[in-house]
Design a protein around this ligand. Sequence first.
Ligand code: MRU
Length: 350
Amino acid sequence: MSKTGYSVKTIEWQGDEVVMIDQRLLPLDEKYIHHQTWQEVANSIKTMVIRGAPAIGVAAAMGMALAAMQSPADTYAELKKDLDAAARGLFETRPTAYNLGWALEQQAQIYEKEGDPGQIRRRLKQRSQEILEEDIAMCVAMGEHGAPLFPQGARILTHCNAGALATAGYGTALGVIRSLFKRDKNIMVYVDETRPFLQGARLTAWELKQEGIPYCLITDNMAGYFFKEGEIDAVVVGSDRIAANGDVANKIGTYTVSVLAKVHNVPFYVAAPTSTVDMSLPDGNHIPIEERDPAEVTHFQGSRCATTGTPVCNPAFDVTPHENVTAIITEAGVHREPYRESLAAAKKGK
Ligand code: MRU
């Protein structure tokens, strides 16, 4: 699989197949999975072969294109029926990532209008590729807007993986870090390991190593120590969904980091494309939070670490209130309180 020039490719078309790097195996193994059906794509989203809200959006858009190719329909009505079924199946995979519904909506705009099935098939594939390219462009723009926010030689904490792997390429939070590193080689990144799925330890550390960006991996419960020691100058994270008032859903543990940042007077930045902003939700209380398999908590890399029958809670995301967010960086610029107006304007600009 080719590289984008920015980083490894997360997902791409190879002929009429959708190819994804299997993120469950990283960093130990670099394997690629080929998808020929939307059901295979849905399964890969659900099982975290591909993850990260923007990457999930691209996968869903490509899944819809596959659904159109799979469908034997000759008429518009038959094709629409098959596409509606695929959209429902893809939508159910991961409830928190807003980019998923956004991408399905983009594709719906193509096939909701009655038209020639062959033309719809071509347009769905073409639009999925455009969504991929737009996502990379948005990440690069976020990097340019975000980089000037950081002091010289900044020591930056990030949580989860909001890098090239979580997007079509370059990354949101990690994109900002990439852009900053181009300007300032003295930065340092503290990487939360991000239990239970270890996106920080497995994916963010891997990406930073490839880019030659200095980093230090810490366990999630060490963050408070480093804030207290005055070792962290700024936080930057990605997001799965941002409500209209600027409340931010992101990987579980992000809220804790935001509280630490607030107590220690450290700026807390969120980098996300406007396709992550859900203006239909007034605040973060309405964001659906995915509950994942208890085995992610009771087991570590396939080995049991809690006694059999242990009750488990495993919310995959939490919501950081907008009061804890210093600024939200989108492709449109840097947004500060009050977020509602500025995020609405950014969305309209799209
Ligand atoms: O469960 P995941 O790995 O899909 O969660 C990913 C995150 O929480 C990311 O921080 C978020 O999607 C932003 S990615 C650019």
